[in-house]
Design a protein around this ligand. Structure first.
Ligand code: AHR
Length: 508
């Protein structure tokens, strides 16, 4: 065992809440993400409820998905919601993704039905890139206005009289890229106009999320926060122009984990070597620096942290699979599980500012939870991490200091172990640990303050190889098992972490 001393868990001082929304997901009309992945239609022989796959819904309910971002992605700025409501649905072109035919059979009502079936909240992205304020306003009214109004009556005629609550709305997507190629100044001004008309007439109100930066575009963050956070100052009307609440509730961040630190190159989803493994881990850990630096800029304009940093696209992005179906479909291996754990650990560490995140994407696209093949479905190693980590949803973070050696390979190095801890409403303490070293186990000796030695329950996710994955013929190759490698020695907890593993512990 590799080992270092000085690790500590302080159960005496619970910190901020880890908002359950950091376990959010992202669904886009792209590849087989919606059609086949979620929607098969009511006439399908695949068991479904009103056209939505029962197997996918059951799997998602198990991991308590708190929020789903839809309909994109780039597609959001290409989407005109009226095409997807009412009895006469006409196909349109998905010009964001290979000019695919968009049948529009999965629209607002179907998305909301899906959301209700899995027990999540909707996070709807309105079209700024090719849409108008009027269109976005009309959609919000269609979804949330009472049936006694014209937009609500239209919704009722289409089968839903009760308004839906829309707690989160995104205003454009990647407006610096596919969503309009704008400069930050232009986006900030357009955001200011859009936000004033995006209202929810049902539920507790809508939180508005502005398009934030790509990766390390700190200038974008600075400009949008400077120009879009407050009403325009006017010394002669301080009351009118100084509302108590910011004009935005969240700023997004998009960051993808590429095996090298750049786009291009050869990055297979499986069949990779240890050099690709460690560079993937290194890249995933960059999330900590990005979130820290963007948050520091946000602090300048929002010291009270009223505006959340919403990491609404994150995950691994590999090469197109030569034998895969395309549409950003990729295999999901044990490496992806480690990326998920490392990233969630980072989000917890920044819980004061990161209050929502949406992994890209939910089914059949990029770092998916679920893969389908016609009637067959499997859950991926990433899904199992979301399952192991669901205990942290809405729990309070506990201070966890890890004094661990570095894992080194080929000139790169990363901490061998990262982790997180929290205490839930029932007083249970949960510790989650990821051993990034693919070849060596690590022994961690955690001095525990404020907890008496008691029962320890554990689960572990590991597999025979770095690129082990679940196939339709062997769907449990990477699956959690009971873990018996943790024991109390006096006031310390010793944990023997297997190589390339994620371990979840519950201390009572
Ligand atoms: O998730 C796939 C794409 O990645 C999204 O559509 C876009 O926002 C990002 O560039």
């Amino acid at each position: 065992f590799a080992q270092a001393d000085g690790s500590c868990l302080d159960a005496r001082s619970p910190g901020p809440v880890i908002h359950k929304e950091v376990y959010g997901q992202f669904v886009e009309h792209l590849g087989r993400g919606v059609y086949e992945g979620i929607w098969v239609g009511p006439q399908s022989p695949i068991p479904n409820t009103r056209g939505i796959r029962n197997d996918v819904v059951a799997a998602l309910r198990r991991i308590k998905v708190p929020v789903v971002r839809w309909p994109g992605g780039c597609f959001a700025d290409d989407y005109h919601w009226r095409h997807g409501v009412g009895p006469q649905r006409q196909p349109s072109i998905n010009s964001s993704w290979s000019n695919a035919i968009e049948p529009n059979t999965f629209g607002t009502h179907e998305f909301m039905d899906f959301i209700e079936q899995i027990g999540a909240q909707p996070y709807v992205g309105v079209n700024m890139g090719s849409g108008s304020v009027e269109e976005a306003q009309g959609w919000m009214q269609y979804m949330t206005a009472p049936a006694t109004t014209a937009p609500g009556a239209e919704r009722a005629r289409n089968g839903r009289s009760e308004p839906w609550a829309v707690p989160f709305v995104g205003v454009g997507n990647e407006s610096w890229g596919c969503g309009g190629h704008m400069y930050a100044e232009e986006y900030a001004n357009r955001y200011r106009q859009f936000q004033g008309y995006l209202k929810s007439y049902a539920g507790p109100g809508v939180r508005k999320i502005a398009t934030g930066p790509d990766t390390d575009d700190y200038e974008w963050t600075d400009t949008v926060m400077r120009l879009a956070t407050r009403f325009r100052p006017n010394a002669t009307s301080p009351i009118l122009y100084s509302p108590p609440k910011p004009l935005l509730d969240g700023l997004s961040l998009h960051f993808y984990t590429l095996p090298s630190n750049r786009w291009g190159g050869v990055h297979p989803a499986r069949g990779f070597d240890e050099a690709a493994w460690i560079s993937t881990m290194k890249r995933a850990l960059l999330m900590d620096e990005l979130v820290g630096k963007h948050s520091a800029i946000m602090d300048k304009y929002d010291p009270a942290k009223e505006v959340a940093l919403v990491v609404d696209e994150w995950g691994t992005w590999y090469d197109k699979e030569p034998d895969g179906p395309g549409g950003l479909w990729q295999q999901n291996t044990l490496r992806d599980a480690l990326v998920a754990a490392v990233t969630l650990n980072v989000f917890h560490a920044h819980a004061e500012r990161v209050r929502m995140a949406n992994v890209a994407q939910m089914v059949n696209v990029l770092q998916a939870m679920i893969l389908t093949d016609g009637p067959r479905m499997l859950v991926t190693p990433t899904y199992h991490v979301f399952d192991l980590y669901q205990v942290h949803q809405d729990a309070r973070r506990l201070p966890l200091t890890l004094d661990v050696p570095r894992y080194r390979h080929g000139g790169l190095d990363v901490p061998a172990v990262t982790g997180t801890a929290s205490v839930d409403a029932a007083g249970r303490t949960h510790v989650s640990l990821a051993n990034l070293d693919p070849t060596r186990p690590h022994r961690l000796t955690l001095e525990v303050l404020g907890l008496k030695p008691g029962a320890v329950k554990g689960r572990v996710l590991t597999a025979p190889a770095m690129d082990s994955f679940n196939s339709f013929d062997a769907p449990d190759t990477v699956a959690p098992r009971d873990f018996h490698g943790a024991r109390w020695t006096g006031s310390a907890l010793t944990v023997d972490l297997p190589a390339r593993s994620v371990v979840g512990l519950e201390l009572r």
